[in-house]
Design a protein around this ligand. Structure first.
Ligand code: 13P
Ligand code: SF4
Length: 315
């Protein structure tokens, strides 16, 4: 249910008041609704948000993102209260990798180094040697001695991209992001034909045929920086549409065109239904009630912290 502009302003004022009263910090991903991004203390990609979570002195972290991101914040801050506006805000990549099946694969390849993309559950992180995000994945893979075989999970598209970039052989888990797999190459090429001056930029969770035609491939923050620094004026953006809010703020004079999805939908772009489960109203409710809260067993947090800290040391 949508809210009126007046209700939005009122809710935003209440959120700002509550976060001051409670010494809470709001960390928001670029894919969140603009009205949430506007009240956030920090907006970033998954690596930047993990770093902010590790550094914060706030008593409460409200994570405006998806479940694995809030879980990571909790693992980095076991004594703090970490809230997620909607606990059902999951991720198709995280869901594609059930711990028991992953444990069985790992047992078949005991000599492999296990690298997991941060988009996975805390339990999967306990089975990992090192975690990575889209912005540091290439350098994390390069940090692993060349003679060590690698299991990479759960994103097969990012995995294939890393194999191509680094030349490393990796055993890939068969997971994918439903949002980034929704882009249509044919429609993208049609759009490019109509806008030949445009640069195509893509998130590495996209399929190989999309990445092949992209002028730049990188994380959400990487894409933002590319657009800011590029002398070009038009960009076709192949990632979740939420990023366009911050991008357009950064480059108001430039033209940003969302990459088209295979299926026709209302916005002719791709939206992450999980990210969009968080609303301004739910953000207010969770800050007010300090619920829903992320809780994890102590042993899971301790084990999952090790590969996350390894990543942060290398980033
Ligand atoms: P970033 O690492 O760019 O924040 O990507 C996270 C994500 O979930 C992309 O779908
Ligand atoms: Fe997960 Fe894809 Fe949504 Fe990112 S966009 S949170 S990878 S489902």
């Amino acid at each position: 249910m949508s809210i009126t502009p007046l209700q939005k302003l009122d809710l935003q004022e209440q959120v700002i008041r509550l976060k001051k009263e409670k010494n809470a910090v709001i960390l928001a991903h670029y894919y969140q609704e603009p009205e949430i991004q506007e009240v956030a203390d920090f907006i970033g990609d998954s690596l930047e948000l993990a770093k902010k979570a590790a550094q914060t002195t706030a008593d409460i972290i409200v994570f405006a993102g998806v479940h694995f991101m809030a879980e990571t914040a909790k693992i980095l801050n076991p004594s703090k209260k970490v809230l997620l506006p909607d606990l059902k805000a999951g991720c198709s990549l995280a869901e594609s990798c059930p711990p028991e099946a992953f444990r069985q694969l790992k047992e078949q390849y005991p000599d492999h180094v296990v690298v997991t993309y941060i988009n996975c559950s805390a339990e999967i992180k306990t089975l990992s040697d090192i975690v990575c995000t889209s912005s540091n994945a290439e350098s994390i893979i390069r940090s692993i001695p060349a003679d060590k075989p690698i299991i990479f999970a759960p994103d097969k598209n990012l995995g294939k991209y890393l194999i191509e970039k680094t030349g490393r052989k990796m055993l890939l888990w068969d997971g994918a992001c439903i949002v980034h797999e929704a882009f249509s190459l044919d429609k993208l090429l049609e759009l490019y034909k109509a806008n030949p001056e445009a640069k195509i930029i893509a998130h590495p969770e996209s399929e190989a045929h999309i990445l092949k035609v992209a002028n730049y491939v990188g994380s959400t923050s990487g894409m933002l920086n590319y657009v800011k620094q590029s002398p070009n004026n038009t960009f076709i953006v192949a990632t979740e549409a939420g990023i366009l809010h911050q991008m357009q703020k950064d480059v108001p004079q430039k033209t940003l065109i969302p990459a088209p999805a295979k299926e026709d939908n209302t916005c002719a772009c791709s939206e992450c239904a999980f990210m969009k489960m968080n609303t301004l109203q739910k953000l207010y409710n969770c800050l007010e009630k300090e619920d829903p809260e992320i809780t994890l067993p102590e042993d899971i947090m301790q084990k999952a912290l090790i590969p996350i800290e390894r990543m942060l040391q290398l980033s």
